[in-house]
Design a protein around this ligand. Structure first.
Ligand SMILES: [Zn+2]
Length: 91
């Protein structure tokens, strides 16, 4: 009780979405991303790979940058949704 020196650099699992359905980590251009399958049915997202919309319900990847300079919440706020084929083509 009363401990003040809480550490912010505690190790945390890299795949923090693993408990919610599986995820994987990929590195492109030296940047590490966490990918999670999206199956949300309520919103339409635009894929940055082809600039076309991903119809709601269509399987896609939610891509979150790891080690975001502004922190994890910023990375989550900037998440993008990709078609599977577009993500594979992205270099
Ligand atoms: Zn696409």
């Amino acid at each position: 009780m009363g401990r003040k020196n809480l550490r912010s650099d505690e190790p945390r699992p890299l795949n923090f979405y693993a408990a919610t359905g599986g995820s994987r980590v990929e590195t492109k251009q030296g940047v590490s991303y966490t990918l999670r399958r999206t199956m949300e049915g309520s919103s339409v997202y635009k894929c940055p790979g082809c600039n076309r919309e991903i119809p709601s319900g269509e399987a896609s990847w939610t891509v979150i940058k790891n080690d975001h300079i502004l922190g994890e919440q910023a990375a989550i706020d900037e998440r993008r949704h990709w078609h599977d084929s577009c993500w594979k083509a992205f270099r």
